[in-house]
Design a protein. Structure first.
Length: 201
């Protein structure tokens, strides 16, 4: 009899109230699951470490003057820890993740080095094309190993020309404004093959 009364009472509940009750239950059940998913995605955010494949947008400046930028263009891609970018910048990117932004100021010693006097070379004028015999002109040559060098004309004398083989940014404190666009985990090192056991004979 009690069971019959319960059924009758349930049948008198408006359908609209039943829908509301089920909707509340659905929200209560699904919200924790979504929250857990969000927490899980945060935990999986990849951080920059040795071996990471990193994509960067950057703006390089010196004393407030913008020297170059790839913002809005193709990101700079490099492997972290392989000295593919200036050491001072690479060091400051450790632990960052995609979406992070940072301004980094790098000393000459951690960028392109100080200006070295031994990087100046005085050569006869006859070795320099006449049209390049002007201060600031850039030449192209190769060293004994075949590496391409781009010295600049620093000084012109009566019989010789002084070439500057320092990097154009040597001796300068540089500022990088960077945004990390993407970080991929370092590839796992392949497992070493097992060596066969030596014969016991």
């Amino acid at each position: 009899m009690q069971r019959a009364r319960e059924l009758c009472a349930f049948s008198r509940i408006e359908p609209r109230r039943i829908i509301v009750v089920f909707a509340v239950l659905f929200v209560c059940i699904t919200l924790p699951a979504r929250s857990a998913t969000a927490e899980s995605s945060k935990e999986k955010k990849v951080k920059i470490e040795n071996g990471s494949q990193v994509s960067l947008e950057y703006t390089l400046s010196h004393d407030g003057d913008k020297l170059e930028s790839n913002v809005g263009g193709e990101p700079l891609k490099y492997t972290h820890g392989q000295r593919m970018i200036v050491p001072g910048l690479e060091k400051e990117l450790d632990g960052l993740s995609a979406g992070d932004k940072k301004q980094v100021t790098v000393t000459p010693e951690e960028a392109y080095g100080p200006i070295r006097d031994e990087a100046y070379l005085e050569v006869p004028k006859a070795q320099i094309p006449e049209e390049a015999q002007k201060i600031g002109a850039q030449l192209m040559t190769k060293d004994q190993q075949g590496n391409v060098l781009r010295p600049r004309v620093k000084e012109i004398k009566d019989e010789t020309v002084v070439l500057d083989f320092n990097h154009p940014l040597a001796g300068k404190e540089l500022t990088f404004d960077v945004e990390v666009k993407n970080v991929e985990e370092a590839a796992a090192a392949p497992a070493a093959a097992e060596k066969p056991a030596a014969d016991s004979e």
